[in-house]
Ligand binder design. Sequence first.
Ligand code: HEC
Ligand code: HEC
Ligand code: HEC
Length: 161
Amino acid sequence: MSKMESPTSHVKRVFILLLIIIIAGVIVRSMLIPESFGKYGHYRGNALQEEAAREVTFSEQEKCSSSECHEMNFLIKDKGKHKPVVCENCHGAFAFHPEEKRADPNKFTINRDRSLCLTCHRKEPARPKDFPMIVELEHYVEGGEKPPCISCHDPHSPSMG
Ligand code: HEC
Ligand code: HEC
Ligand code: HEC
């Protein structure tokens, strides 16, 4: 008589397979989870120190605007439409510029190019409708000549009239 398999053996096989998958899953999981995960919450605990150790790149507008530095630029800007735009949006990140004064001029950039303004003011359908936008080639561009925006607009107080 040939050996008959028990009618439940296929169920056992499925259970054994599942067990192997679960055990393998637990092992792989414990290998992949970073050591400090869950120390403070559902994230990698060491990420806190790592982020805090990054070098500071942005300064504070108050520093740029103190009376011994660029107070005039600030006062002009503060009265105009660019009040909400901070200095570093246009002049680059210069966390250490105030301390170093002008020792390293590369820390303070002056971008006179149209591209600076167009970054924020180029007409884009996704921008709020009441935000001032221009269609680049329809805005005071004649005969293909593209004058610098700042030949008409004061960058620190850009409204016309
Ligand atoms: C919207 C962009 C923008 C913002 C915001 C901005 N600037 Fe300027 N800034 C410019 C541009 C463009 C020039 C070059 C102007 C020129 O050559 O006519 C300039 C020139 C300067 C200059 C050099 C010459 C000058 O006009 O005195 C200083 C200093 C300066 N900015 C400081 C500041 C300070 C401080 C702030 C923040 C309180 C600030 N800027 C905010 C775009 C900006
Ligand atoms: C980082 C973004 C940013 C950059 C760069 C920027 N602007 Fe602006 N601009 C703004 C914001 C924000 C306002 C205020 C919008 C408002 O009042 O709703 C504004 C307002 C203006 C206005 C006023 C429009 C009005 O209603 O009178 C003009 C003109 C203008 N900007 C021109 C410029 C020019 C020229 C440059 C380049 C030198 C420039 N902007 C660079 C964000 C920017
Ligand atoms: C030849 C002078 C001139 C040049 C160059 C110029 N503008 Fe203007 N801009 C004006 C005048 C005048 C106004 C106000 C009347 C109008 O809206 O046409 C104005 C208005 C604006 C406004 C407000 C639009 C609104 O709907 O309220 C923005 C934003 C602006 N300009 C951005 C720029 C940018 C960015 C550049 C460079 C790419 C630039 N302008 C170049 C003269 C100029």
